[in-house]
Design a protein around this ligand. Structure first.
Ligand code: NAD
Length: 359
């Protein structure tokens, strides 16, 4: 089978980590008899340098003609907030997610067995294992609501951000969560603030309706403040956690911290029709760019998610994840995850070892 992948290498360490992820894809192709073809797509600061815009015309169309999109990272001090919006890399990221209709953001937070010492929680807590999937609504809620700022007669300036959710938006993200839970340990925790917010009460009623459609999946409601506590008290209790945009933004960062390094964590953004977009959760790390110091594992695990969720190649995805774990078990570390006294290896060597393990 041939799969076509849009490659957005981006800025900073983006090209280095995407390069290693492509090597891993090629190793998967050789082992399992698939072929991958690539369409290079320019986006971010490098696009601003090349054509004057961070989101060149035709970008979404190029991506839509592919089966999936792999993105390294974009941004850097060269294209900072003093630049006009169309030249800033962040503008391009928001635009591509919107144009591809990517309303579901999937962020697994799993403590890899060899990395248990990197977990900042108590040893007993880490030993229970952490393997959860945050499912965050990505295109609605307060981040996309109407914004206002106005003068009041007696209280100075006032600002307001509107938070709105429709049943349609809640139902489609909810379904994603239940479907994912069926592929995992069959539990959904739906996070809201239904004791205060009207949007959360609607959220909860839609989730309860869906829960009846998925009787094989255990379901619970959880208030967002309680969820923030439970993530540090006992993260092992969670399987799939589904929540709205802003709560998800905050909780997914909290969940990733409990697993140790951002250099290890992948993500996926998916919609209903367009190709899914897969990327590491970290940024372009300009401080270490071009020095063969970046950890490529988050991007390599993003490829595993691509194989699993866009191409439905579970065996291949498992093989990539197992190869990563095996290399970590053997003690190999890039500088960001090296324990004191351990000699770190570079980006290329980490990629090579994972490919070798896979073969
Ligand atoms: P960052 O994630 O790029 O870096 C934070 C720290 O983590 C740095 O010390 C960096 O060296 C380290 N780090 C990150 N990824 C690493 C890896 N794979 N291996 C080893 N170390 C790694 O976050 P930042 O410094 O806040 O942002 C830098 C730039 O990246 C900014 O321009 C920001 O806008 C952009 N950014 C882009 C994305 C994206 O493309 N999706 C996401 C976040 C930030």
């Amino acid at each position: 089978m041939n799969y076509k992948i849009a490659l957005i290498r981006g800025d900073g360490i983006g090209p280095e980590v995407v390069g290693e992820a492509v090597n891993v894809l090629e190793a998967v192709g050789r082992k399992f008899g698939h072929s991958f073809t690539y369409e290079e797509v320019l986006l971010g600061g490098c696009a601003t340098d090349a054509v004057g815009k961070s989101y060149p015309d035709g970008t979404a169309e190029k991506c839509k003609a592919c089966d999936a999109v792999l993105l390294g990272a974009v941004g850097g001090p060269k294209w900072g907030s003093d630049k006009p919006a169309e030249q800033r890399p962040e503008t391009a990221l928001l635009a591509i997610r919107k144009d591809l209709g990517l309303y579901a953001n999937l962020r697994p937070a799993a403590l890899r067995p060899a990395m248990a010492d990197a977990c900042p929680l108590k040893k007993e807590t880490a030993e229970k294992g952490i393997d959860l999937m945050m499912v965050r609504e990505l295109t609605g809620g307060i981040y996309f609501g109407q914004r206002e700022k106005y003068e009041t007669p007696d209280r100075g300036m006032e600002a307001a951000d509107r938070m709105a959710y429709s049943e349609m938006e809640i139902e489609r993200i909810g379904r994603r969560a239940f479907e994912l839970a069926r592929l995992r340990r069959k539990k959904v925790s739906s996070v809201d603030k239904a004791n205060v917010l009207e949007t959360s009460r609607l959220w909860r009623s839609v989730m309860h309706r869906l829960a009846e459609e998925y009787p094989d999946v255990a379901y619970e409601d959880m208030l967002v403040d309680n969820c923030a506590m439970q993530l540090v008290r006992d993260p092992g209790q969670f399987d799939v956690v589904v929540t709205e945009n802003m709560f998800g933004d905050i909780l997914s960062d909290e969940a990733s911290m409990v697993t140790g390094s951002i250099g290890l964590l992948p993500s996926a953004s998916i919609g209903d029709t367009a190709p899914g977009l897969y990327e590491p959760i970290h940024g372009s790390a300009p401080d270490i760019a071009g020095q063969d110091k970046a950890n490529p594992i988050a991007t390599i695990l993003s490829v595993a998610m691509m194989l699993r969720y866009s191409f439905h190649l579970a065996e291949e995805a498992d093989a990539v994840e197992r190869a990563v774990d095996a290399v970590l078990d053997q003690g190999w570390r890039t500088a960001d995850i090296a324990e004191p006294g351990v000699t770190a290896i570079g980006t290329k060597e980490m990629g090579r070892l994972i490919c070798q393990q896979l073969a």
